[in-house]
Design a protein around this ligand. Structure first.
Ligand code: ADP
Length: 334
């Protein structure tokens, strides 16, 4: 019976694929073996199918459990993230509100302080005793010091509240530098300090930017250099880093031969209300806000600010700033 069947299959196959038959069926016994295989029966096939089905069901259940777990975790993380974002936004809003409040308050204090200063100046011009003159002089100096602190706090709060915008106007850079140097000339001469300014060739006479804020940065750096230098020199340098069609990259340096800053304080002094030495305020005055404000202004000008210094060997404050320029802005003729 099996032989007949084998022959028939062979005949059939050889009609269809004679070559393949030679290749895949070595003899008709191969087919006989398959048909007579005792382990290949319906029950076994059903059992195998049932096992596979169970396996697949388990696999599907596992996948669905994993998916549920991932979904649950994702929703927890999403809730946490949105809560964090909400808290961050609330903190930022509170910070902005605080800075706005301080800015408004500082502004309100300035007006009566100017009244105190004006009246003191008037009183100083009247007939007073020497002692009264001395007292009034102290009132004027204290009022001036307080105004400086208030101005710093006002500027810092404005920057923190994102309310300070930079001007973008044409101004004569070399002339501005000359004026700044002129303002410090007398104080330097009184202390027998050499004061110099070097402007590299190639820097145009006119640039586009915020002259007031550039002046503020340089005033702060020069004021500090003068405050912390007993003897020697203070040199301001301006160099041209790059120039394209309408922008200039400028690099300013203020170098002094003063007390210097220890390495561990060279980053900290750029933070608000931070001074290199605890005794600085007592000895030299100041609020520790000047460099923090200058750094932020420099960053608003797309620049960087850093210091090179060694305690006892002077300091060199650097900052870069991007200014605008017009094609017809040329360096001053020598
Ligand atoms: P202030 O001068 O009002 O204290 P600043 O922010 O301008 O605030 O300066 C912070 C501190 O950095 C100063 O108190 C001082 O310790 C240090 N510092 C700044 N400039 C110099 C300098 N040229 N030489 C030595 N120390 C300096």
């Amino acid at each position: 019976m099996t032989g007949v069947c084998s022959v028939r299959v062979e005949d059939k196959l050889s009609q269809i694929v004679p070559v393949a038959l030679d290749l895949y069926l070595r003899s008709t016994d191969d087919i006989t073996v398959l048909r007579d295989a005792p382990w290949l029966n319906t029950q076994r096939v059903l059992q195998a199918l049932a096992a596979m089905g169970t396996l697949m069901l388990c696999f599907a259940a596992w996948i669905s459990m994993l998916r549920r777990r991932v979904r649950r975790q994702t929703s927890i993380i999403r809730t946490q993230l949105s809560e964090e974002a909400r808290l961050r936004e609330a903190a930022e809003a509170a910070n902005r509100a605080k800075s706005e409040f301080v800015a408004n308050m500082s502004h309100e204090i300035r007006t009566p302080m100017n009244g105190v200063l004006g009246m003191t100046e008037l009183l100083l011009d009247t007939e007073t005793t020497e002692e009264q003159q001395e007292f009034l002089g102290m009132v004027r100096d204290s009022a001036n010091a307080l105004l400086t602190v208030i101005d710093d706090v006002l500027d810092f709060s404005k920057i923190e509240a994102g309310k300070l915008d930079l001007d973008h106007e044409d101004f004569p850079l070399t002339e501005a530098l000359d004026q700044i140097m002129g303002n410090f000339g007398l104080r330097a001469a009184k202390r027998d300090l050499k004061l110099a300014c070097e402007v590299a060739s190639g820097i145009p006479e006119m640039v586009v930017g915020d002259a007031l804020r550039l002046r503020q940065i340089l005033n702060n750096l020069l004021g500090n250099a003068l405050k912390f230098t007993e003897r020697g020199e203070i040199v301001v340098t301006a160099e041209l880093e790059s120039r394209s069609k309408d922008t200039l990259g400028l690099h300013f340096m203020v170098r002094d031969t003063g007390i210097g800053i220890p390495p561990e304080m060279q980053e900290e002094i750029f933070e608000a209300f931070s001074q290199a030495d605890g005794s600085t305020t007592r000895k030299y005055g100041g609020t520790g806000l000047g460099l923090a404000i200058s750094l932020r202004l420099v960053q608003m000008m797309d620049g960087r600010m850093w210091v090179e210094s060694a305690a006892g060997h002077g300091s060199c404050f650097h900052f870069t700033a991007r200014m605008g320029c017009q094609p017809w802005h040329t360096p001053p003729s020598a």
